[in-house]
Write a protein that binds this ligand. Structure first.
Ligand code: GLC
Length: 588
């Protein structure tokens, strides 16, 4: 009798079946039975993930499944208890959505607070929290900010990209965050596009080879403390729009789409990328957010993607080109294969609309279940049920010296020497009179670009790091003179060389589109005129998110270096100007 009861109890929990003690020390049978019914299988970490997913989904109500498909902006949560009540599956911090004050501790405290609300829900399903750590954990003041992808593309170094992915993930995990909306695997075919700097370059081979950054971010196991879920974005063809218009029309053949824009996603999926974000753009007139062929048939079918397909920010609203979402848009997108919906503020209305569409039979329950299976699988794989809170050991690594040294190495390797007449470079460290000018010489915000402590980035001392001018001053020996004038006033023929650090000021997404042309701005032209008039050889350092139209000016320059958007470690640029090619840690 007693044995049979124990067997039944064990079968309930699977404990006896595999020899696990149903309770420590094997309590009385009724205790085992009671314990067996109290502890649901999905909470057993030793069970295979598919079994845990199956058990959990078998317990979920419709509204709990709909809640799991919602990714709300943290600012869209007016009452934290709503996370518990609605079973919200995910939150995000959009580009400028940062806690105040903005530091690693406040981020971690914020994350843990939201997580406690999620765990208080009926089934205690943890939430997954996403950010755009697109060049380091760039939303956090004091974090290491790496060169943007356009610079990493210039390194041609997949191993370096992987290491950067790992360090970025460590700093992201140090604030509790588990999901990174990166890397952008876009292939920028028209530099007028404001997101050119988020791409690794204009050919698919660069995005494919540097998608090693995914491996760095996700680590050997998603459940490792410093691993986060990576996102291949934006699927598909965002970099191929007409005239480089952000969120525009990509009107090319399917063969071109596959060869140029799909190829990096194929590589990232082979590398196990855990999520894919859908592009705002359209392919031959069909919005990607409602493109069942490219999501269901190609991404999930042909490429066999089993992770989470997530929309872009209010991406579903944009399907019909009108503000807000309609039932038709919701149904079109969910049925096209969207699993997680980034609906920052109107998320309660979205749940209501989805429920109506499911109850009307326009969205099949099997589609809702497929989305939940994908979402919950990643949550189990990330270990969120076992370790839902910030691992504070990682918090202290944010902005650390070793991380900054890696970023400095990435800056060195990303510099592109385009002109060096008369051997003006490398600069001599000793007995040299160097005149530094330009709006981007002493500006950490300008050298970091967009997506830096704010969606659009900003000029000025926006975070902690080393400017290019500071790097030049650190490299020059006491026997040399380094003078600085932002606009070039004060230069005279007594100087041996002038270094003009010019280019673009920060922008992101559509605000960076340049349909009118790609020339230098007036401030730079005025600075250059002053320097060129002095007769001193001019070396230009171009800090920009893309190539600019400088052809007419090039003959007047002795040297030209494309620095791209180097991030916080501007001394990496100075290293190259002075010919320091040895790695900071000594190895070449
Ligand atoms: C933005 C971007 C996307 C980003 C998302 C969340 O609009 O298109 O790259 O991941 O919203 O911030």
């Amino acid at each position: 009798m007693r044995l049979r009861t124990r067997i039944v109890a064990g079968l309930l929990t699977g404990a006896l079946a595999i020899g696990h003690p149903a309770s420590p020390g094997g309590g009385p049978v009724e205790g085992v039975a009671a314990q067996a019914s109290a502890r649901p299988a999905y909470l057993d970490a030793w069970r295979p993930v598919p079994q845990r997913v199956r058990d959990l989904m078998g317990r979920m109500r419709l509204d709990e499944k709909l809640g799991q498909m919602i990714q709300a902006e943290r600012l869209g949560i007016t009452d934290p208890a709503d996370i518990t009540t609605y079973g919200v599956g995910s939150l995000l911090s959009g580009g400028s959505s940062q806690p105040t004050p903005n530091n690693p501790q406040t981020w971690a405290d914020m994350y843990d607070g939201f997580q406690r609300q999620a765990l208080a829900s009926r089934l205690g399903i943890p939430l997954i929290y996403g950010v755009d750590a697109v060049h380091g954990h760039n939303g956090v003041y004091g974090a290491t900010v790496f060169p943007h992808n356009i610079g990493l593309g210039a390194t041609r170094n997949p191993r370096l990209a992987e290491r950067i992915g790992a360090v970025t993930a460590t700093e992201v995990a140090g604030t509790g965050i588990d999901w990174n909306f990166a890397p952008c695997l876009c292939v920028a075919r028209n530099d007028r596009w404001g997101r050119t700097y988020e791409s690794f370059g204009e050919v698919p081979q660069l995005a494919s080879s540097l998608s090693t950054i995914v491996t760095g971010m996700q680590g050997r196991r998603l459940s490792d403390p410093a691993s986060v879920l990576a996102t291949a974005k934006h699927y598909v063809g965002d970099g191929g729009t007409l005239d480089g218009k952000d969120q525009g029309e990509t009107n090319i053949s399917e063969a071109e789409l596959r060869a140029i824009h799909l190829a990096p996603f194929r590589t990232a999926i082979r590398k196990g990328v855990g999520s894919v974000m859908i592009s705002y753009s359209s392919f031959n007139g069909v919005k990607l957010h409602a493109n069942s062929y490219l999501i269901n048939d190609v991404l999930k079918g042909e490429l066999g993607f089993t992770g989470i397909v997530v929309s872009d920010y209010n991406g579903i609203d944009k399907i019909d080109g009108q503000p807000g979402f309609t039932p038709a848009e919701v149904t079109a997108s969910i049925n096209a294969g969207m699993d997680m919906v980034m609906v920052p503020f109107a998320w309660k209305a979205f749940i209501d609309t989805m429920r109506t569409e499911v109850q009307a039979g326009r969205i099949a329950m099997s589609r809702i279940d497929d989305a939940n299976r994908r979402i919950l699988t990643k949550k189990f794989e990330l270990g969120l049920f076992e370790k839902p809170f910030t691992d504070r050991r990682l918090t202290a690594t944010i902005g650390s010296k070793p991380h900054r040294e890696l970023a400095r190495q990435a800056v060195r390797e990303s510099q592109v020497l385009l002109k060096n007449s008369g051997g003006v470079l490398p600069l001599a460290k000793k007995n040299n009179r160097i005149f530094v000018a330009g709006k981007n010489a002493d500006d950490i915000g300008n050298q970091s670009g967009g997506w830096t402590v704010g969606w659009q980035g900003a000029s000025g001392p926006t975070t902690i790091g080393t400017t290019i001018l500071q790097g030049i001053r650190q490299a020059a020996r006491p026997s040399s003179t380094v003078a600085y004038s932002k606009d070039g006033n004060g230069i005279d023929s007594s100087y041996d060389v002038a270094v003009a650090v010019i280019g673009e000021t920060p922008y992101a997404e559509g605000r960076g589109d340049r349909p009118q042309g790609m020339g230098l701005d007036q401030a730079d032209l005025d600075t250059l005129a002053r320097l060129e008039a002095s007769g001193v050889p001019v070396v230009v350092v171009l800090v920009s998110g893309r190539p600019l139209d400088i052809a007419a000016h090039l003959p007047k320059w002795a040297g030209l270096v494309a620095a791209w958007l180097p991030g916080t470690e501007g001394h990496g640029v100075a290293d190259v100007l002075f010919g320091d090619t040895t790695r900071p840690d000594g190895c070449r």
